[in-house]
Design a protein around this ligand. Structure first.
Ligand SMILES: Nc1ncnc2c1ncn2[C@@H]1O[C@H](COP(=O)(O)OP(=O)(O)O)[C@@H](O)[C@H]1O
Ligand SMILES: [Mg+2]
Length: 257
């Protein structure tokens, strides 16, 4: 599952690396308080891992950042400007692309049709054909396996290839901030490692600010710059990835490795 690095491609994002921070965020569902005054700062142009057990609030955090869950309190700062309370469409236009948990490809569409869906958040219908073609060419250059299968139905792809298509589709949206919810879920260990490697390379080469939610803390910390650990809606630790991975007590209590 080779991932290629087109020379210079995406090296410079149109707006530069985005800074993302969440301050004092409170969010939930009815009586369930899923996030209780959560503050995190994502590494600009790097990977921030969000870790914690099932039910910790990781998915809700990503939903709040992408506008799918409306925060009850707190700020979501994109390059210093508060975005809390904006709609998912507005968040997408601001450059936040969310790949939800268990998000699949559309099996009945071809690889290329799936990729084209990623362009739907481009502003207006004014984008030129040439821009669309360039975005596809870039995706195919980076993901050769998708280029070879562009006319095939997504149903014919393996689990790892599908996950690659999901991430390629997110990149076609040209995000400034990429939110990935458990991209390794359900993948065989070897394929999981390949997907993690791909996420790391994309981050290094594209300057996208990536927030990576994972239950597989060991794998996520291996590629992240920074990590945040949630427990029942609260931040219990935040530090550089190496420090978290070396903390035996933290690993034992919250990270499961
Ligand atoms: N749609 C929902 N309705 C009600 N409660 C929810 C919903 N989604 C999540 N929750 C609850 O919110 C809390 C945080 O869940 P979630 O953000 O999905 O955690 P994680 O992604 O870390 O597993 C849990 O207590 C969960 O049961
Ligand atoms: Mg989740």
């Amino acid at each position: 599952m080779a991932v290629n690095s087109p020379a210079g491609a995406r090296a410079a994002q149109p707006h530069g690396a985005a800074s993302l921070a969440v301050e004092d965020l409170v969010a939930g569902y009815g009586d369930v308080l899923a996030l209780d005054r959560v503050t995190i700062s994502a590494t600009a142009a790097g990977i921030t891992a969000v870790l914690g057990a099932n039910g910790a609030g990781k998915t809700t955090l990503l939903r709040a950042i992408s506008g799918m869950v409306r925060p009850r309190r707190g700020r979501i700062l994109l390059n210093g400007a508060n975005q809390a309370g904006r709609s998912p469409e507005d968040m997408a236009r601001a450059g936040i692309t969310h790949v939800p948990e268990g998000h699949g490809v559309i099996a009945e569409l071809t690889v290329e049709e799936n990729l084209r869906l990623g362009m739907m958040s481009w502003p207006g219908m004014t984008s030129r054909r040439a821009d669309r073609a360039a975005a596809l060419a870039e995706a195919y250059e980076r993901f050769r396996v998708l280029a070879d299968r562009r006319r095939k139905l997504a149903a014919s792809l393996s689990g790892g290839e599908r996950q690659m298509l999901v991430i390629a589709r997110a990149l076609v949206a040209r995000p400034r901030v990429l939110l990935l919810d458990e991209p390794s879920l359900g993948l065989a260990p070897r394929v999981m490692t390949q997907v993690m490697d791909m996420v790391m390379r994309l981050s290094k080469e594209s300057g996208i600010t990536t927030v990576l939610v994972e239950q597989n803390a060991r794998a996520a910390l291996a590629i992240a710059d920074h990590g945040v650990v949630l427990n029942v809606g609260r931040v219990v630790a935040a530090a550089d990835a190496r420090t978290l991975a070396a903390d035996v007590a933290l690993r034992h209590h919250y990270l499961g490795f």
